[in-house]
Design a protein around this ligand. Structure first.
Ligand code: ZN
Length: 266
């Protein structure tokens, strides 16, 4: 166990650093290799927060090559019990507009080859992600977004694609036809691995664009356009994050996330 401690973990983009006070950056080694970067430890509203940019500080690691297990294990080493995992995402439905936030409640995994479990034997462990996101933190995230007067969707399914390429029109139309709302490349296995460790996880998806199969918007997605939209909206996402951090109780958890292993072994 590290001598450093934190209550809340945040995975996200680089714009977060300036808001942390008393920052100390540390490398954490894990049995699964190195995390994406140093962890920045600091304070927000009197709470100890550990911040780790999932793509690395200079955004050098593509979604399919992120060492998700090391990132999650680093948070566990710090004693983190709650994680906030904001991400940029595309919309698959016309009513979910660029600039909106979606507090997702389900994921569909369409990635492959990613290391997505801590339990590789000899004790066989089957963890259920039936409801993969922490209900207590989801409610607080929705509340925080409403207080900031941001258009927030209170639920949504995110389909997680392998990347780094975007979807074809046919793929995008397939996802849309299932009724799924959001598309992204990093929500799996990040959130699920938190559950395996009994850590609460909430996702806040910042919509940057319409995916190519969303009917009224046939223009292909470009990384450039995504980054421009992300920068335009990052400030409001950060306001929600800080409000959420202030709201999250760290001494008591009203959810069942910590009990994930109770019925997972025979
Ligand atoms: Zn929870």
């Amino acid at each position: 166990m590290s001598k450093y401690r934190a209550d809340i973990g945040v995975f996200g983009g680089t714009g977060f650093y300036e808001f942390l006070t008393n920052v100390e950056e540390i490398w954490i080694e894990t049995p699964y290799g190195a995390p994406s970067d140093k962890v920045a430890l600091g304070e927000v509203g009197g709470k100890r927060v550990a911040f780790l940019p999932r793509h690395g500080k200079d955004h050098r690691i593509p979604p399919h090559l992120i060492n998700y297990r090391a990132n999650l294990w680093a948070m566990k080493e710090l004693g983190v019990s709650r994680i906030i995992g904001p991400c940029a995402a595309g919309s698959l439905q016309p009513h979910i507009k660029p600039g909106d936030l979606v507090v997702t409640d389900q994921f569909v995994n369409r990635t492959w080859g990613r290391k997505d479990t801590f339990y590789e034997g000899p004790i066989v462990t089957h963890v259920s992600p039936a409801d993969p996101y922490c209900p207590e933190m989801r409610a607080l995230a929705i509340e925080a977004a409403k207080e900031e007067k941001i258009n927030v969707h209170e639920r949504g399914t995110v389909v997680v694609i392998q990347g780094p390429r975007f979807s074809t029109r046919a793929e995008s139309q397939e996802y849309r036809s299932h009724g799924w709302e959001v598309i992204n490349m990093t929500q799996y296995p990040e959130g699920y691995l938190a559950r395996e460790l009994g850590i609460c996880y909430v996702n806040i998806a910042l919509i940057t664009d319409y995916d190519v199969g969303t009917l009224e918007h046939p223009e292909p997605v470009s990384h450039e356009a995504v980054m421009i939209a992300f920068k335009q909206n990052i400030e409001k996402l950060q306001k929600v994050l800080f409000r959420l951090i202030e709201k999250v109780p760290v001494d008591e958890r009203a959810c069942q996330c910590a009990d994930a292993l109770k019925s997972a072994r025979g």
